[in-house]
Design a protein around this ligand. Structure first.
Ligand SMILES: Cc1cc2nc3c(=O)[nH]c(=O)nc-3n(C[C@H](O)[C@H](O)[C@H](O)COP(=O)(O)O)c2cc1C
Length: 297
């Protein structure tokens, strides 16, 4: 990751999470239920595995094992860049996989990857729009492949090219959220791509404004620095429909493969249930920001 001088967005994001405090509500409490529907499908938890890539360097068949772990936990699974066979293997586990395609300079490559994802049984597709430029304002190159920013019109064409839900990842402004909505995205992921730019606003700080702009018309997912069910709860309380977890599953994946991913997701979901129980929310969709108390950051 290239860094300009200045403060790391991951640290700023962590500090923001930790500045959010919660009240408790115990009277009339009920056991919480974390099931939800996303893109028309039922999931056991509002926690998805993030669009990771190159996990085969982390452990043998790492991408497939991530998907296996997600399927075992009843969680949605995202996939980042990678070979076609990796995605086919992931979908073969029975996991619901949304393939996030890079903003390849050549749109023919994007259309081809959408077609392959459909053929290989992906549950959805999308694009990480935040990987178009490098830190010097030039078009980015990822693993030797040239990238380019996409216009609303180009994104619209990608969306029209598939019947699968198309998710736009890397939204970190109301401006992009409104554009994503206007061009027909099925959902967005609010993210700074684990600190692709320094001083990026924490996803949870900007989330309420994006939620207001989107007005419940499409699901909003959030990632970056989710480490616990408490973090997940805070994202849901500020208006996210679900979250993605990336780096927190990598060490368990390395150590224990699919079981490590499953257990991490189940542990975080258990922690989420613990917070829901103590804040008086029986269902994920009921969680709101009325429990939040904010300290200065
Ligand atoms: C090893 C690794 C590979 C990643 N590859 C991709 C990718 O190919 N496409 C993508 O959209 N995001 C990719 N990401 C970013 C994640 O999807 C996510 O946005 C980011 O890591 C923040 O979540 P986290 O803090 O839970 O890790 C990658 C992250 C990591 C750590």
């Amino acid at each position: 990751m290239e860094r300009m001088s200045g403060k790391d967005s991951n640290q700023i994001t962590r500090d923001y999470f930790d500045s959010i405090l919660l009240e408790m509500r115990h009277i009339d409490g009920t056991k919480p239920d974390t099931t939800l529907k996303l893109f028309g499908e039922d999931f056991a938890m509002p926690i998805a595995t993030a669009a990771l890539s190159h996990l085969n360097d982390t452990c043998e068949q790492g991408m497939k094992k991530m998907a296996e772990g997600a399927a075992l936990a009843g969680a949605l699974c995202f996939s980042g860049m990678g070979e076609r066979q990796e995605l086919a293997d992931m979908c073969g586990t029975g996991a619901k996989v949304i393939k996030i395609i890079k903003p390849h300079a050549d749109n023919a490559t994007v259309f081809e990857k959408i077609r392959q994802a459909e053929e290989d049984g992906a549950f959805g597709v999308g694009m990480d729009i935040d990987h178009a430029f490098n830190g010097r304002g030039e078009y980015d190159t990822v693993c030797g492949l040239p990238m380019k920013p996409k216009s609303s019109e180009e994104l619209k064409q990608f969306i029209s090219a598939t019947k699968l839900p198309f998710v736009i990842k890397g939204v970190l402004s109301v401006t992009d959220a409104k554009k994503a909505l206007d061009i027909g995205a099925a959902g967005i992921i609010v993210s700074h791509h684990h600190g692709i730019m320094d001083y990026a606003v924490p996803p949870l700080m900007i989330l309420p404004r994006i939620v207001e702009a989107v007005g419940g018309r499409i699901p909003i997912l959030v990632d970056c620095c989710m480490e616990s069910g408490m973090d997940v709860f805070k994202a849901l309380a500020l208006g996210a429909d679900a979250v993605c977890v990336g780096r927190a599953i990598m060490e368990p994946l390395k150590r224990e493969g699919a079981a490590g991913v499953r257990d991490t997701l189940l542990k975080m979901n258990g922690e989420l249930k613990g917070v829901m129980a103590r804040t008086g929310f029986a269902e994920v969709s009921a969680i709101d920001n009325s429990v939040i108390w904010k300290t200065g950051v």
